[in-house]
Every structure is written in structure tokens, then in C-alpha cells.
Design a protein around this ligand. Structure first.
Ligand code: AMP
Ligand code: MG
Ligand code: MG
Length: 335
């Protein structure tokens, strides 16, 4: 890869291959059936039992709902090792904390996606300095769904590229895209897919699609609901609410026209959940803010929690209409 290729293109192109490699690690660990689940805050093994269901393993977990598995840990080590080798001056922040241990050599991938490298670089990103770049990594978004049978399509690998305060590049890899069709013997070329976008530059790996007119479909959490989360949804008078796992998966619903807005009135999401999805969404003409209408910032010193909640709308949606409809009580719960 020529060093004259603009840094943003090299970052996103390398993130596409790293996310894809991490996705294979995630599938391999599931196939081996030993997820090594711990509850994150306590960092202790959780009470666990498992059964096979429809050819998948379902893990029943007693305890809290902020889990980490061997797949989260290994996928992060793969991504950090791959990107830090190529971009030593860039700050990389991963959900699972810093990890300096050795990784198997075949986890380190340094090739680049050729489609991304072919893109025209937007003028405002042409001369960025690697010291202003932060890469936000969620190695496995949707861990709760990863441990439950039938929900593997909710799992994504997220790599977001921020320059200064702004999310400008994003990669969303969906390792189990098409897995049900493949299991049923359907023709599937390759397991998984990778979607990416550069704000002002373009997108790849999917066809941006607007949601249908004449109805309002909202998407939200399936595993972290609260009365405030529900109050926000009710105020928006939806025709349908689709409850799926993962911030990455929910933003995919927006960019592929399956929902109009992603509404999450909770402080639970973090910067690594929203950086990549936000960049891809903006690249398609959508918007992501907190529930006060403020944009999140992604520089390296920013606190990780997205304490103002998440409102993301697909292209063509009036973001301000959603903001105006939210009750004060919901907004006040998110300060
Ligand atoms: P969800 O929409 O519930 O699948 O959450 C999207 C992302 O935010 C996932 O990475 C979750 O782990 C994270 N998240 C949301 N709510 C919480 C919470 N209450 N505690 C910990 N993580 C959360
Ligand atoms: Mg996540
Ligand atoms: Mg995660």
C-alpha cells in the first residue's frame, strides 16, 4: 500500500481486514463451545449452564448483563495487534481495556481492503495527523446475544475512526450474516459481511436504503430496557418497535431501511458502541446525537459512557422532530 494513500483511507481499509479476521475468531470460539464467560464489573466467572438448541449452543447465565467472553478478549487482541503494528502513533481504545500480550501470528493482519483504497478522499480529511486520530474498538458488540441461541446475526465487530472530536470513518463487520441460510443448506458464498463508510466520502458493503414512508418503526435494546427507555419509545408513537441486540446491528437496521430511528434512553452505551455506527450512518445521510440533540465527541480524553442516551435516525428522517417529542422527564433522566 503506497504511503501516499491518504491516512483515513489506509485506516479504514486496514480496519476492514482486521474486523473480518476478528469475526472469524468469534465464529471459531463459538464452534469450539468454550466461551469463557465472565461478568465484567466483578470480573468473576458467572453461573453458567448450556444446552444445544437448533444446532447452536445456548448459554444460560445467572447474574448481571454486562458480560465478556473469550471471543470479546481474543477479537480485541487481534484488532489491537493488527492496527497498532500499522499505525503506531494512533491512539486505539478498546472496550476490553489495554492488552499487551502476544497474539498468534495469524491473528495479525496487515493487508488492506482494495475497495476502500480506491475511494476519493474528502478534502477535509486529506491532511490529517495520526496524533489527532483515535480508533474506538468494540471487538464484539452484542455479547448478550452471542451467548443466546438464535440471535447470532445481532453480533457485530465495530471499529470507528475519529479525527479530533468527530467520528469520520466506520467499519461494521457482521460475522454471522447469512448463517441461518447456510445452516439450512442454502447457497451462501461467504459467511459474514463488512459494511463501512467515510463521512463525506462514501460507503461500501451494503446498499443504503431509506425506510418506508407512512409508518414509524423504532429499534431499541432487547436486553437493557428500563421504564425510562420505554417512556421514550411510547412518546414517539411508533407503529412498531423492533428489539434487537447491539448498537452496530441497530444502526444497520437504519441504513438498510428496516427502521426509521434507534432510540435508547439510557446511559449504557459507550463511545466504542457508537463511533463506527455513527460514521457509517452519517455517510448515508443519517444523524446520531444524544437525547438532548448534542453530538458525541470522540477524542482520546473523553469519558467513555454516552450518558445522554442515543437517538439515531436514518436518512430522510427529521431528527429534530424526534428530539422535540421526547418528554422532559426522559431528558432529565439523562443528565
Ligand atoms: P443493547 O442495545 O442493549 O444491545 O446495547 C448496545 C451496547 O451498549 C452493547 O454493547 C451493550 O453492552 C451496551 N449497553 C447498553 N446498556 C448497557 C448497560 N445497562 N450496561 C452495560 N452495557 C450496556
Ligand atoms: Mg457494544
Ligand atoms: Mg462489546
Amino acid at each position: 500500500m503506497a504511503q501516499s494513500t491518504p491516512l483515513i483511507l489506509r485506516l479504514v481499509a486496514s480496519s476492514v481486514t482486521a474486523a473480518t479476521r476478528a469475526g472469524k475468531i468469534i465464529r471459531d470460539i463459538m464452534s469450539e463451545g468454550n466461551l469463557g464467560i465472565v461478568e465484567k464489573l466483578a470480573n468473576a466467572p458467572v453461573g453458567l449452564s448450556s444446552t444445544a438448541k437448533d444446532g447452536e449452543i445456548e448459554f444460560r447465565i445467572s447474574g448481571k448483563n454486562d458480560l465478556q467472553t473469550e471471543a470479546d478478549r481474543s477479537a480485541q487482541r487481534c484488532i489491537l495487534a493488527s492496527l497498532s503494528q500499522q499505525f503506531p502513533e494512533v491512539t486505539i481504545i478498546g472496550e476490553e481495556g489495554p492488552s499487551f500480550c502476544e497474539v498468534p501470528s495469524d491473528w495479525v493482519v496487515t493487508d488492506s481492503d482494495p475497495e476502500v483504497l480506491k475511494m476519493a478522499c474528502p478534502a477535509y480529511l486529506q491532511n490529517i495527523d495520526d496524533k489527532d486520530v483515535v480508533i474506538w474498538v468494540d471487538p464484539l458488540d452484542g455479547t448478550s446475544e452471542y451467548t443466546q441461541a438464535g440471535l447470532l446475526e445481532h453480533v457485530t465487530v465495530l471499529i470507528g475512526v475519529a479525527v479530533g472530536d468527530r467520528a469520520v470513518g466506520g467499519v461494521i463487520h457482521q460475522p454471522y450474516y447469512n448463517y441461518k441460510r447456510q445452516r439450512e443448506g442454502g447457497e451462501v458464498e461467504e459467511m459474514g459481511r463488512t459494511l463501512w463508510g467515510i463521512v463525506g466520502g462514501g460507503v461500501g458493503g451494503f446498499v443504503p436504503t431509506s425506510a418506508p414512508e407512512g409508518c414509524r418503526i423504532l429499534t431499541t435494546t432487547r436486553s437493557h430496557s428500563t421504564p425510562v427507555v420505554q417512556a421514550a419509545l411510547d412518546a414517539l408513537q411508533p407503529d412498531e418497535v423492533i428489539r434487537v441486540g447491539g448498537a452496530g446491528h441497530k444502526v444497520m437496521m437504519l441504513i438498510e431501511g428496516k427502521a426509521h430511528a434507534y432510540v435508547f434512553a439510557s446511559k449504557g452505551c459507550k463511545k466504542w458502541d457508537t463511533c463506527a455506527p455513527e460514521a457509517v450512518l452519517i455517510a448515508t445521510g443519517g444523524r446520531l446525537t444524544d437525547l438532548h440533540g448534542d453530538s458525541y465527541k470522540y477524542h482520546k480524553d473523553i469519558p467513555h459512557p454516552n450518558t445522554g442516551g442515543v437517538l439515531a435516525t436514518g436518512r430522510g428522517q427529521d431528527h429534530d422532530w424526534y428530539l422535540a417529542k421526547l418528554p422532559d422527564a426522559v431528558r432529565q433522566a439523562l443528565v
